[in-house]
Structures are given as structure tokens and as C-alpha cells.
Design a protein around this ligand. Structure first.
Ligand code: ADP
Ligand code: MG
Length: 698
């Protein structure tokens, strides 16, 4: 970066020390470069004025030009509502303020001409515009053209740096950039994708003269952002491959072979076999394996994990399996212990509820190497947990573990153990590319044979009686039922009361002695939860009323109906996970999504998606569109998703394109030594050095 771009923002005309301080604090702008990269999130077309008589539609942005003909105030409790009648040559519309009457009123001059901008609404039978932007015509800066809109904060606005204030600064800055912005992308890429140069892009993104100009500018800047991100990820992968030595497991080993030929409960699916081959190959390279295993609910990831760990153990190493909840860790422990019971393998469980004494024994066993396989929760990450020779770590349900937690597992050895990360929630391709761009990816895209698709329906509250009737029929056929209530935050009293009244209603509709109902929720003691769970597993109760504690892990093949109460309150991936609890046996299974009568557009889309699709990858795509990448991954901490202008959900095609270009360049010129790549090299070395901790993760 050159001196011009590094200039402290304080030295931009109109900023000064005070505003500079605020720009640092509020929006992280320290230099000219930072301000150039502070992009508008929207543009207002100042050349087009609507008419009062033909506003386009409710909630559309309307821009009007006309006069204020009347101003009035009405009391609304302690607040005052301010209303102004605004007239153009076609009619009159109300402008309304529910707040700030005191300081807005003096700005409204009857008879004066104004420019109005805001969202048009209908209230009662008449149109109005609540809280419009309003500027007296003689003060309007931009009477035609496109006006950029910047996000700002209360504190900035108070010092005159509302959107228009920021606009003034950026306009002033871009007026000075001629000849000062270096190109960062290789010219071959610019040509191939018809991207405009960097200087022009900054000019046009902040002061576009036409829609085409900002579209071009944004395209170029988005591509650049995604391209450097992908370059960074691929470089990290390349560097870690070359420098990080990994353990070699020369053989699949005795325990693997013995398990595979004598104890394997079923034939592996083609996809399971393929993934195991990919992993086996990683173990031979001498490099550190860093692999993401994606597979839908029920696709049989656990078995792949077990076989992978057996390879490590057979080569004289220890293995660890980390799960996000105690229930799941317990289930893995019980299941795997059973499968391995005839093999000479010592396996232990370490969770938060393991008592001190047992815990100490486990620590010892890990250090002296007598424990071969450790299963547990986050407790595995504690510093006191040290292994003799940890060779392979499997992390289940990765989406709940952050990048930082992954890193801690790595540091347990001088040579990092191989790592296999399993996600139960399929991740859209573009997101995987970005969020896990430093990992290799394997996919299990095939379910074990003989599964019947689950029939999913949507029912409103008013259909409850019929739903209960259906439950009775299923129970009479010998099936079991889950009824799940939202208890997103286990301490929410309201949710808890809903669960309890739901439970009461169910016990009334399904009375003893014919029916028996279990209940588990997060407020129960672990033993009680376990007890109830076991009764259901053994078939002693027919209905399990539960909160999302059963989301992961529970496996009851005889349960054929999943009823999800207040489905509107669950996210898509959660609904998909819950549905995955049924359809595990030979019988036809059902998922019933109960909702109230009034649903938002997004909720409807979620419910419709569930009814239509059972494909976890497709559901994940819709989830990404609805919720955005940050929410979907449940974390922002890696900084990977803090993009300034690109959007992983909306710019999926660009992500793929950027990845492809980055890959091509590194394939041809891994060291970035060719003249046309020297600029890239310079930029990327800076990027890599600026985030040192990442080195340990990659
Ligand atoms: P997930 O991928 O959701 O973790 P699991 O590993 O729990 O799935 O497997 C789901 C169910 O499928 C389990 O009951 C498991 O025993 C069974 N299963 C796994 N692999 C196979 C297979 N190859 N053939 C038949 N059933 C299988
Ligand atoms: Mg699983």
C-alpha cells in the first residue's frame, strides 16, 4: 500500500482529530484506504421522482418532490405524533413521525419545497411515509444521479457523519485518487472476466453515474475480495502440507482388519468405502490430514469415524472422538464399546460429569498410553488432558466447534494429530469452500439401503385433534412417538411453561394405563434424563415429550412419528436434524410440523422446504439464503465471514469463480514467482503474516 492510502483519516479535509477518533471507534476507519473500502450498501436513484398518485407498492422506497402544506401534532401517551401533509402536482400524502417531533417540527416550513425519501406504507386506507428523509429543495446536493447510502451509527450521526456526511467525505476522497490506486489483480483475470480496474472501481462504487457503473464496480470489488480470500485459504493449505509433518500410518493395522472381517455390523455403503479410501490415502502421505466429512443425518458417519480411529490405533497411536453434547458423547461411547467388545482396546469416556477420581485415572491412562480410544465432550480440550501419542482426532458435529477450539486439539502434540471433522448439517458448497477452505472435503452422499423416505406434512394448530387421532393409530400399531417443543434457551420460563402445559395436554389425551408418556428437558438432572430416555429406548413408554436435547444422538428405530411443536421457532437445519430422529427402522415414518395460523414469509418457506425436500444439502442451501452465512455457521470468530462487499449466500457463483481462478494460479505457479504474480505474492505475504495464529490451525 502506498503513502497516500496509508494517510491517517484525520488529514482528510473535513475530518480532523475529533471525527477521526469517532471514525476509528465506530466503524474501524483509520486511513484513507479504510474509508475507500467503506462501501455504500444501497443507492438512491435521484433522477426518478415518484408521484403521490401512483406510488409503486407498499414498502417500496419512494422519492417525492413537492411542498408541505400543513403540519399537525397529536398526543400519543407521553410522546407526540407529528404529521405533515405533503403535496405534489398529483395529490397529498401524510408524512409521519412517532419520535423526535420536537426537533423535526421546526424544520418543516409550510409552503417550502422539499425532497422526500422513505418507505411508503398504507395505514387505514391512506398512504403515508413514516420517518422520511427530508431535505429542503434548495439544500439538495444531488438533484439527479445515484446517491450512495452508507451505514452509520448514532454517535457518528450526532457529529454530522450520517450517511450524507460520510458521502461528502468519500466523494472528496475519490476525487483525489487518480493515479494513486495500484491494480492488485493479474491482468489476465481482468480481461477474462471483464472486470474494471481498481481505481475506476473505487470511483464508481462511491460516485456512480449510472446503475451500470456501480454494478461493474461492485462486481470487481466483490471478485477481488473473494479471490484474495480463496488465495489465502489455498496458500495456507499448501504451506501446511509442505511444512507440517504428519504421522504415517503405513498399514491399516490388525484391529482394523479384525473388526472389519469379524465385527462389522453391516456392509459399508459405496460412499462409506470411498471416504475410507480417501482417508487411508491421507495417512500414507506423511502430511497432516485435515479433512471435513460431510454427510446427511443417518448416512453412517459414526462407522467411518470408528474405522478411521482403528487405523490409528492399529499403528500404535491413540485416538480421540469429540462430540458437542454429553448425550451424544455417551451414545458414541456405549455404541462403540459394544462394537469393540471383543477387541483388545481400552476405551474411556471423559465428560464434564465424570467424577474427580475417575477423571484422574483417565488422565493417567492417557499419559501412559494404556487408553487407546477416548470419547468425550469439550472436556477433552482442557490442558490437563495430555496424551502419550495422540494420532487421530475425530470431531463430530463440527458446526458447533469454532476454529479456535479446533486449534487447541492440534496443539496437544508436537506433531499434530490427523483430524477428521464430521458435520451432520450439510453445508452449502460455497460456504464450505470459504469456511473450511483450508480443509479437504469428503462427502457421504448415499444413505444405507432400505430406508423409507419420511413423509413430512405441515399442520396448523386447528388440526390438533386429528393429529392426536393419528398418533393413537400409530401407537396402536406398536410405534413410538416424539413430540418436540422449542426450548431454545433452556432457562426461558415461557418456553418451559409451554412445554409443561403441552405435557399435561398430552397426558390428558393419552391417559394411563393404555398410554405412557416420557419427558426429558434440559432442566432435569442427567440421571433423570437418562432414566426417562432409557425407558423410551426400551419401549416402556410410547410418547417422548422433549426439548431439543434429543436433537442429536438419540437412536430409537421403533419411533416412527416426529411431531415438532411451534415449528416456526426452529431453524431449518434444526428441523432437518430433528426429523432425522425417525425413519431409522423398517416402518414408514412421519414428520408433522405444527405451526400457528399466522406465519411469516420466511417461516412458510422453511416449512415448505421441509415438506418438499429430504436432501440435507438442498435444505442447507435454502437455509443459507434465508439466514445468511454468519448465522448459519453460528460463529463469526474466524473473521472469514466478515466480508466487506461480497456475500457468500448471494454471490455463490462468484465464490466458485474466485476459487477456480485462485486454484489455477497456484497450480501453475505455487510460489507466486512469475512476474505477473509478484503483486499477488506481496499482498498475500502481508495477509498471512498479519494473522499469525492461523498458521497453527491450517
Ligand atoms: P450419522 O451420519 O447421522 O452420524 P450414524 O452413524 O448414526 O449416522 O448412522 C445411522 C444409522 O445407520 C445407525 O443406526 C447405523 O448403525 C446405521 N448404519 C451405518 N452404516 C450403515 C450401513 N453401511 N448399512 C446399514 N446401516 C448402517
Ligand atoms: Mg452422528
Amino acid at each position: 500500500m502506498n503513502d497516500f492510502l496509508r494517510t491517517p483519516i484525520e488529514f482528510l479535509k473535513g475530518v480532523g482529530p475529533q471525527r477521526a477518533e469517532l471514525l476509528h471507534q465506530e466503524i474501524g476507519v483509520f486511513t484513507f484506504n479504510d474509508l475507500l473500502n467503506y462501501f455504500p450498501f444501497r443507492y438512491i436513484n435521484r433522477s426518478q421522482y415518484h408521484r403521490v398518485s401512483d406510488l409503486p407498492y407498499v414498502d417500496s422506497y419512494a422519492q417525492l418532490k413537492g411542498r408541505i402544506i400543513q403540519v399537525g401534532e397529536t398526543a400519543m401517551g407521553r410522546q407526540k405524533k407529528l404529521t405533515a401533509k405533503f403535496q405534489d402536482e398529483t395529490g397529498v400524502i401524510d408524512l409521519v413521525w412517532f419520535q423526535g417531533a420536537k426537533w423535526i417540527k421546526p424544520l418543516l416550513k409550510i409552503g417550502a419545497e422539499y425532497q422526500i425519501f422513505g418507505k411508503a406504507k398504507i395505514f387505514g386506507n391512506t398512504w403515508n411515509i413514516p420517518h422520511p428523509e427530508i431535505t429542503e429543495w434548495k439544500d439538495v446536493l444531488l438533484k439527479t444521479g445515484l446517491q450512495p447510502v452508507y451505514s452509520t451509527t448514532e454517535k457518528l450521526s450526532a457529529k454530522g457523519l450520517h450517511s450524507k456526511g460520510i458521502e461528502k467525505l468519500t466523494a472528496q476522497l475519490v476525487a483525489q485518487i487518480k493515479g494513486k490506486i495500484e491494480e492488485t489483480l493479474p491482468s489476465a483475470i481482468l480481461q477474462e472476466h471483464r472486470l474494471i480496474n481498481r481505481e475506476l472501481a473505487f470511483l464508481q462504487v462511491h460516485t456512480p453515474k449510472s446503475e451500470q457503473e456501480f454494478v461493474n464496480a461492485r462486481l470487481r470489488l466483490k471478485f477481488e475480495e473473494l479471490f484474495f480470500l480463496q488465495m489465502e485459504l489455498l496458500l495456507r493449505k499448501q504451506i501446511s502440507m509442505s511444512k507440517s509433518k504428519g504421522f504415517v500410518f503405513p498399514e491399516v493395522g490388525e484391529v482394523f482388519n479384525s473388526f472389519y472381517s469379524n465385527h462389522l455390523p453391516f456392509t459399508l455403503t459405496g460412499a462409506q468405502k470411498r471416504v475410507l479410501k480417501e482417508i487411508r490415502k491421507d495417512f500414507m502421505t506423511g502430511h497432516h490430514m485435515n479433512r471435513l466429512l460431510q454427510g446427511d443425518v443417518g448416512s453412517g458417519k459414526t462407522l467411518v469415524a470408528l474405522l478411521t480411529m482403528l487405523m490409528g490405533i492399529g499403528n500404535g497411536f491413540q485416538a480421540a472422538l469429540m462430540a458437542p453434547t454429553e448425550i451424544l458423547a455417551n451414545q458414541h461411547f456405549e455404541g462403540i464399546k459394544e462394537l469393540l467388545k471383543d477387541l483388545p482396546i481400552r476405551i474411556e469416556l471423559l465428560t464434564g460429569s465424570v467424577r474427580k477420581k475417575a477423571r484422574v485415572a483417565i488422565h493417567e491412562g492417557l499419559e501412559d498410553g494404556t487408553i487407546h480410544l477416548l470419547i468425550g465432550t469439550h472436556a477433552l480440550l482442557e490442558d490437563v488432558v495430555q496424551f502419550k501419542n495422540l494420532g487421530i482426532v475425530v470431531i463430530d458435529e463440527q458446526h458447533r466447534f469454532g476454529v479456535a477450539q479446533r486449534a487447541r486439539m492440534w496443539r496437544k502434540n508436537s506433531i499434530p494429530p490427523h483430524v477428521l471433522i464430521m458435520t451432520a448439517t450439510p453445508i452449502p458448497r460455497t460456504l464450505a469452500m470459504t469456511f473450511y477452505g483450508d480443509l479437504d472435503v469428503s462427502v457421504i452422499d448415499e444413505l444405507p439401503p432400505g430406508r423409507k423416505p419420511i413423509s413430512t406434512v405441515h399442520r396448523y394448530e386447528s388440526h390438533r385433534l386429528r393429529v392426536f387421532g393419528f398418533i393413537k393409530e400409530e401407537i396402536q400399531k406398536g410405534r413410538q412417538i416424539y413430540i418436540v417443543y422449542p426450548l431454545i434457551n433452556e432457562s426461558e420460563t415461557l418456553d418451559f411453561n409451554n412445554l409443561m402445559s403441552g405435557y399435561e395436554a398430552i397426558t390428558r389425551a393419552f391417559p394411563l394405563p393404555e398410554f405412557r408418556v416420557s419427558m426429558v428437558h434440559g432442566k432435569m438432572k442427567a440421571e433423570d434424563k437418562d432414566f426417562e430416555m432409557q425407558r423410551f429406548v426400551r419401549g416402556e413408554t410410547q410418547i417422548m415429550v422433549a426439548t431439543t436435547v434429543i436433537e442429536v444422538g438419540v437412536n430409537v428405530p421403533n419411533a416412527s412419528v416426529m411431531i415438532i411443536e411451534s415449528s416456526e421457532r426452529f431453524g431449518l437445519s434444526q428441523l432437518h436434524q430433528l426429523r432425522g430422529r425417525v425413519g431409522r427402522g423398517a416402518e414408514q415414518s412421519y414428520c408433522i410440523l405444527m405451526t400457528g395460523d399466522k406465519l411469516s414469509k420466511d417461516t412458510l418457506k422453511r416449512v415448505e422446504t421441509m415438506v418438499r425436500s429430504s436432501d440435507g444439502f438442498e435444505i442447507a442451501e435454502v437455509d443459507l439464503q434465508l439466514r445468511g452465512p454468519g448465522d448459519l455457521m453460528g460463529t463469526q470468530q474466524s473473521g472469514l465471514l466478515n466480508l466487506k462487499i461480497a456475500d457468500i449466500a448471494k454471490d455463490a457463483q462468484l465464490v466458485v469463480m474466485a476459487r477456480e481462478e485462485a486454484r489455477k494460479i497456484l497450480e501453475l505457479d505455487p510460489g507466486l514467482e512469475r512476474p505477473q504474480h509478484l503483486k499477488l505474492r506481496e499482498i498475500l505475504i502481508n495477509v498471512l503474516n498479519s494473522k499469525p495464529n492461523w498458521g497453527e490451525i491450517a
